[in-house]
Design a protein. Structure first.
Length: 282
C-alpha cells in the first residue's frame, strides 16, 4: 500500500486489525509503527521477527522516503523530513499516540520524531541506534571484532563515503554486525531492496554532523533503549548516551554478546524485554 505525503509516496504494510473483534465494544488496539534501518534498505529487514507482536498491537511497517518501495527526491532525504513523514502519515490515517520502534537509522528518525512531534507518540523503542555518531568508538569495536583491516575499512568508509568504499564496507564490516553464533542473524538484508545512494547521502553529510543529545532530553514518553555489547556501528556508549540524555523516562537494556540488533542475536531475550515494555500501561 502507498500513502501520498506530498513530496513522496510512502510504502507501508499492516499486520493485524485495528479493532479487537473479541471485545464487546470493538476496542481500539494500540498501534506499533516499525521503522527500519539503513538508510537504503527497507522494512523487510524487520520481518518476520516483529510480526509476533501483532497479538497485542496493530503493526505498521513503513519504508522511509527514498528507501525500498517509497519515492522521494534526494533533496528531501533529511532527518527533518523523514521525521515529519511519520507525523503526516499518522495524521492522514488518523493514528493517535502510536508506539514507535526504530532500529539503527530508524531509531534516529524515531527519536527525532519524538522530539519534534512530542504529542504524536505514546512510547518509544530505540534499538541499536545513536543520537550522535561516534566514529572513534566504531573504529575501536571494528578492530576488536575484525582486526585492524576492518577498523581501517570502517574509518575509510565513514570518513569519505563512496560507492567503492560502500562495497568494501559491506564485504568486510557488515558481517561483524551480528554474533556469528546466532542462527541466521546476518541474513536479514538478503531480500531487502538496496539503495546505496541514500546511505551515501546521509552518511556523508547529516549523520557525520548529527548531534541530537540536547533535543532528545525533551522526550517525555516512556522510552526503551536497547543495545548490544558487541555492536560495532552503534557501540554501547551510544545507547548509554541516549538513555542519559532522556533521563528518568528512559529504560536501558544492554544485551550481552549481541551486535547490531539484539532481536537478531537474542530473539527470545529481546522479546521478553520488549513485550514487558509494550504491555506496561497498555
Amino acid at each position: 500500500m502507498f500513502l501520498d505525503v506530498g513530496s513522496a509516496r510512502l510504502f507501508f504494510d499492516i499486520i493485524g486489525e485495528s479493532l479487537d473483534a473479541s471485545t464487546s465494544d470493538m476496542a481500539l488496539r494500540p498501534t506499533l509503527i516499525l521503522l527500519h534501518g539503513g538508510p537504503g534498505y527497507d522494512h523487510s529487514t524487520l520481518r518476520p521477527y516483529f510480526d509476533r507482536y501483532s497479538d497485542t498491537h496493530q503493526l505498521i511497517y513503513i519504508d522511509h522516503r527514498g528507501c525500498g518501495r517509497s519515492t522521494g527526491a534526494k533533496e528531501t532525504w533529511t532527518l527533518d523530513q523523514w521525521a515529519d513523514d511519520i507525523a503526516i502519515f499518522c495524521r492522514t490515517l488518523g493514528i493517535k499516540s502510536p508506539v514507535v520502534f526504530g532500529q539503527s537509522f530508524g531509531g534516529m528518525v524515531a527519536m527525532h520524531y519524538a522530539a519534534r512531534h512530542p504529542a504524536g507518540i505514546s512510547k518509544l523503542i530505540l534499538s541499536s541506534t545513536a543520537a550522535q555518531f561516534r566514529l572513534d568508538e566504531t573504529v575501536k569495536m571494528m578492530c576488536k571484532l575484525g582486526g585492524e583491516h576492518a577498523a581501517k575499512i570502517a574509518h575509510q568508509f565513514f570518513s569519505k563515503p563512496s560507492k567503492a568504499a560502500y562495497k568494501k564496507y559491506g564485504e568486510v564490516c557488515l558481517p561483524l554486525y551480528s554474533n556469528p553464533n546466532a542462527a541466521a542473524a546476518g541474513t536479514f538484508r538478503d531480500r531487502a531492496i538496496e539503495r546505496p545512494e541514500v546511505a551515501l547521502h546521509f552518511f556523508s553529510d547529516e549523520m557525520a554532523r548529527m548531534n541530537m543529545l540536547a533535543e532528545i532530553a525533551n522526550i517525555a514518553c516512556p522510552t526503551l533503549v536497547i543495545g548490544g555489547t558487541i555492536d560495532p556501528v552503534t557501540p554501547p556508549i551510544c545507547s548509554q548516551a541516549i538513555a542519559d540524555a532522556i533521563g528518568e523516562n528512559a529504560q536501558l537494556e544492554m544485551f550481552q554478546g549481541c551486535g547490531h540488533g539484539p532481536h537478531r542475536d537474542d530473539p527470545e531475550g529481546a522479546e521478553r524485554v520488549m513485550r514487558s515494555f509494550l504491555v506496561d500501561h497498555i
